[in-house]
Every structure is written in C-alpha cells, then in structure tokens.
Design a protein around this ligand. Structure first.
Ligand SMILES: Nc1ncnc2c1ncn2[C@@H]1O[C@H](COP(=O)(O)OP(=O)(O)OP(=O)(O)O)[C@@H](O)[C@H]1O
Length: 333
C-alpha cells in the first residue's frame, strides 16, 4: 500500500503538484492520468524517489520512505524510452539487477529464463544485442528487467507511447495480465484516456497540478465531477446553457441551473424508450472504420455529436434526422 500524505512538489517557485492525499491499495493498477504538464510524471518520480517532495510524506507498507533512496524503496521502474543498455545482450540486460544483488549464476539464469518466457521473449532474443530489437521487444526487456527483481511496486511512465497502435493494444493486454498474475501494486502514468480506462482499477485525473477526480474507470467516465473530467475522459457534448434551456422549455421539461454534458453514446438516431425527440440535420461525418462520429445541428441551435457503431446506418451531410435523448443521461455539474 502506498500512502501519499499532503504531498506538494515544487521546482523553485513553481508548484507542479498541489497538496495531494491519496492511497494506492495493495495489488491495485492505479493510473495517473492527465494532459501534458499536469504533474503526473513529477508525482511518479516522487514515489520512485527521483524527486523529493517539498511537503508531505510518502508511506509504503506503513514505512515512511520520504527520505529513502531510489534503490531502497523496492520499486521497479519502466520508462517511456526503454532505457536498456544497448551494448549488452538481452539476457544481460534482464540479469543486470540480479547480478548487482549477487545472486548465483544458476539462480540468475533460472529467473531470467522464467521472466523472459512470461513477457514473450525467446532464447534467440536473449542472445541478441538489445539495440537490435524492435521497440515493442525492447519495452518487453524493460518490463522483464523490472519484474525479475520482484519489486513490491511497479511504476511505469508512458511505457507504451512510443509504440504503434497495434503493438500498444497488444502490450496493454499483456501488461495487465502480468500485473494481475504477479499481483503487483502498479502506478501507471499516461495521457491516454483509453489506456487508463481499459487497464486501471483506479484512475486519478490531474489538471494543472491538482487532483480533479479519483475513482474507478466507471466512476470517472459515467459520473465526472468537473467539466475538465467530463470533457477530458470520453468525448462529451457540452450543452450550451441558453440553447439547452430553449430546448427543454419547448419540451416542457425542467432545466438544470449549471452547465450540462451528454456523452456521445447517449445521442441516438434510433428510437429508444422514454426519449425526448429532437429534429436535426447532419453537418459532419467522420469515418473511423469500426464506427463513425456524426455532428448534428438541431432545431434549437444545439450542436450534438454522436458515435454510430451500426455502420449500415450511414447518413450524409445535409440529411434530416430525428435524435433521441434521455434526460437521465444528461450530466449536470
Ligand atoms: N526539473 C524541473 N524543473 C522545473 N520545472 C519542471 C521540472 N520538471 C517538470 N517541471 C514542470 O512541472 C510541470 C509538470 O511536469 P510533469 O513532467 O510532471 O508533467 P506531466 O504531466 O508528466 O507532463 P508530460 O506528459 O508532458 O510529461 C510542468 O509545467 C513542467 O514544466
């Protein structure tokens, strides 16, 4: 378990992380999510020990490690750039930490072979120079090198962001499987909301050095507590107050006081139960292969976008359509 108590991170006068209190439970896949510059890497570096907090304490398994060195914290680290040793072969790269710990030759060989198998590196890969491997294979080496030391905690900073989309998806699944298999407490930094939603047990969403929301992927997606989270995670329609009021008045429905949001998947083009109907015209079509995104201008001046997974239901720019919305799907903040 990792407890971050009143953590503040400052670079001279600049506060990169405002006072933060979070607890990361044993075995949890915990993601620090946010746009570039929000402070997530600084926080990860504080947990690993590369950066000292300007205020607060870091407690790991009940022990205060705030002043402890990187080596003593028992944290495995994987970076975005693979940070492997390019002139060593893969076997030696993975074995490095074990040699530092002075394990016997036999024990090292057994452990390296076992972990290599788990991350899908074969004996031929092990003999190659690390720099001769593909990006995905190099990242497997980095993950193996961290896991072979059986750390209590694994910290990963955007480990998949240098990889192409297909490999990224594949490694996402593998990484999650390994994490569960080892039951290892994992802190994962990403700016990619899809990565966060698919992999995490918990997500902490940051903006400008401030924690915006902490919850399960389901919580932050379906019950965002701030405009930032509503628009950063998942795509949301931001419903302009004036147009929304006109629309709801015309339908004799009560209107909320603040701003409202509506997820793209809650704008339907086929009738649904208890829906409010709304005439609209298609103003834009974006084709993504597996789905399309449409933009509609409605009679009340509201602009709405949706996701159409049924590609047989193709619409063209200028088509008149009826949209179906449920008031209970509106998110009010
Ligand atoms: N060593 C440093 N000295 C001064 N300012 C820094 C330092 N490291 C980071 N910062 C600043 O702190 C803020 C947070 O940076 P950080 O790298 O933690 O953000 P991030 O969310 O991880 O962004 P990215 O995804 O781009 O890495 C940024 O404004 C950055 O410029």
């Amino acid at each position: 378990m990792i407890e971050l108590q009143d953590i503040e991170i400052a670079y001279d006068d600049f506060i990169a992380m405002n006072e933060l209190n979070i607890t990361i439970n044993e075995g949890e896949f915990f993601t620090l999510l946010g746009p570039s510059g929000c402070g997530k890497t600084s926080l990860l570096r504080t947990i690993t020990g590369f950066v000292s907090p300007s205020k607060g304490r870091i407690i790991i398994d009940g022990k205060d490690v705030t002043e402890e060195s990187v080596e003593k914290r028992g944290v495995g680290i994987v970076f975005q750039s693979y940070a492997i040793f390019p002139t060593m072969n893969v076997f030696e790269n993975i074995a490095f930490g074990l040699r530092v710990k002075r394990l016997s030759k036999k024990a090292i060989k057994e452990k390296v072979l076992e972990i290599a198998r788990m991350v899908d590196l074969n004996e031929e890969h092990l003999q190659r120079n690390a720099s001769e491997l593909s990006g995905g294979q190099q990242q497997r080496v980095a993950i193996a090198r961290a896991l072979v030391l059986q750390p209590k905690i694994l910290c990963l900073d955007e480990p998949l962001s240098n990889l192409d989309a297909k490999l990224r998806n594949q490694l996402r699944v593998e990484l999650k499987r390994l994490q569960k298999q080892f039951g290892i407490t994992t802190v994962y930094v990403t700016h990619d909301q899809e990565e966060a939603l698919t992999m995490s047990d918990k997500i902490a969403v940051f903006n400008n050095g401030k924690l915006e929301q902490l919850g399960t992927p389901n919580d932050v997606f379906n019950n965002p507590t701030s405009e930032f989270v509503a628009t950063f995670i998942g795509d949301s329609n931001v419903l302009e107050t004036k147009e929304l009021a006109t629309f709801l008045n015309a339908k004799n429905l009560s209107r909320p006081s603040g701003k409202s949001y509506l997820r793209l998947n809650h704008v339907h083009t086929k009738p649904i139960k208890e829906a409010i109907e709304l005439d609209a015209v298609v103003t834009n079509v974006e084709y993504f292969g597996l789905y399309s995104k449409y933009t509609f201008k409605t009679v009340f001046g509201l602009t709405l976008r949706n996701v159409e997974v049924d590609l047989s239901n193709h619409m063209n720019i200028g088509d008149n359509v009826t949209l179906y919305l449920k008031q209970s799907d509106f998110i009010h903040l």
